[in-house]
Design a protein around this ligand. Sequence first.
Ligand SMILES: NC(=O)c1ccc[n+]([C@@H]2O[C@H](COP(=O)([O-])OP(=O)(O)OC[C@H]3O[C@@H](n4cnc5c(N)ncnc54)[C@H](OP(=O)(O)O)[C@@H]3O)[C@@H](O)[C@H]2O)c1
Length: 250
Amino acid sequence: MTDDHPSLGSDPSRVVMITGAGRGLGAVIAREQAGPGVVLLLNARTSEELEGTAAACRSLGAAVRSIVGDLRQSSHREALAREVAAKGRLDLLVNNASELGPSPRPEMLGFSLDRLRDLYEVNLFAPLALIQLTAPQLERAGGLVVNISSDAAVAAYPGWGGYGSSKAALDLVSRTLAAEWRSAGVSVVSVDPGDLRTRMHQDAFPGEDISDRPLPEVTLPFWAWLFGQTPRRLSGQRFRAQSQEWEAAA
Ligand SMILES: NC(=O)c1ccc[n+]([C@@H]2O[C@H](COP(=O)([O-])OP(=O)(O)OC[C@H]3O[C@@H](n4cnc5c(N)ncnc54)[C@H](OP(=O)(O)O)[C@@H]3O)[C@@H](O)[C@H]2O)c1
């Protein structure tokens, strides 16, 4: 865990936690959120990458706490929740960290159930665990949960069934939570960011030239739109970040 920014102890106006913030999409969302009065709680396993994101966010005025660890470990998830509890509120939780699973990607008939359980631990159980553990602070803030999904959640691509089914389950968890939690004032959405030129995407297509895919910054107009809405009007919806336009409920 790295040192606090000097202002971290003062009363924050907004507390945001983003998993998988070391690189790729998570790092872009972290920088998008960074600013004065914002406390960012950032997670990933690779401390050098996480520190890079943290430094960029601090230079934008945010107070940042980098919490290095593996989300498949309940002790690490509890450590993240303790950070949130210490701040007393959670305005935004972005469950972004995710893994692809075994490479090459096995078809369902040959998918080791132990490897599938491990994949679900990171992509499905860890996001739900973080939501459960931070529920009091999300309720206090009337917060928003963003679960990062994928087009593989809705299309039956051969070889993508393990990863895709973990994301499909996360989508339904998101919608169900949105319905269950509406009266408590917490909102939940899922977001398919579309194809992005990141480490995960390269790992999915080893040796292929992926330079035609856009960088994760392509999603910035979407995040600006999403975070400018009243969360209650979004809850229960699934968005595609690379669509041309997005709509909140009337
Ligand atoms: N790239 C695409 O084309 C694409 C398309 C659809 C959906 N998505 C989704 O977008 C999200 C971001 O993906 P990305 O492309 O930005 O991936 P990425 O570049 O590989 O970044 C993933 C981040 O998650 C962290 N992470 C992975 N496993 C972790 C674990 N067990 N514990 C803690 N942190 C972990 C990684 O850091 P460490 O390895 O250091 O832990 C890294 O910071 C994911 O949910 C992905 O499924 C991506």
